[in-house]
Design a protein around this ligand. Structure first.
Ligand code: UDP
Length: 140
């Protein structure tokens, strides 16, 4: 299996509860390496652009409100099978359905405040990394 890169976010509900280190440790313990990281307080325009795929969904307004309610830590993670591995350690979107030991089961508050984001496929990973990072900010 080739080394892959994926895009991850530690969402405002988690940064507000001072969980950046705890969540990053769970990612690192799963074998993922943080090769880029920065803290951003995203604007509504940035949140709407990032989540444009969901713009017609009923939860879109609430999603943008939540994502702009505090700082987010955006990261690039690298490792074997990184995209799938990150999705596994994140757990299901709704924390009530997430498996024991996952980030969302351990830390998420609700489906809207579910602590982390992770790309779901190679195409979205490349697109999401490019949305937040320039090449020189990624140090493998
Ligand atoms: N979301 C929500 N309500 C829903 C579905 C999704 O608030 O009914 C939010 C939630 O924060 C989720 C994000 O929208 O993480 C993106 O949804 P997606 O289905 O892509 O889930 P994910 O890939 O984050 O597990």
């Amino acid at each position: 299996m080739a080394i892959e890169r994926t895009f991850s976010m530690i969402k405002p509900d988690a940064t507000k509860r001072n969980l950046t280190g705890a969540i990053t440790k769970m990612l690192e313990d799963a074998g993922l390496r943080v090769v880029a990281s920065k803290r951003v307080w995203m604007s509504r325009r940035e949140a709407e652009g990032f989540y444009a795929v969901h713009k017609d969904r009923p939860f879109f307004g609430e999603l943008v409100d939540t994502m702009t309610s505090g700082p987010t830590v955006v990261q690039v993670l690298e490792g074997e099978n990184a995209i799938l591995k990150n999705r596994e350690i994140m757990g299901a979107t709704n924390p009530e359905a997430a498996a024991e030991g996952t980030i969302r089961k351990t830390h998420a508050l609700s489906i809207g405040e579910n602590s982390v984001h992770g790309s779901d496929a190679p195409e979205t990973a490349a697109q999401e990394i490019r949305y937040w990072f320039s090449d020189t900010e990624i140090v493998g």
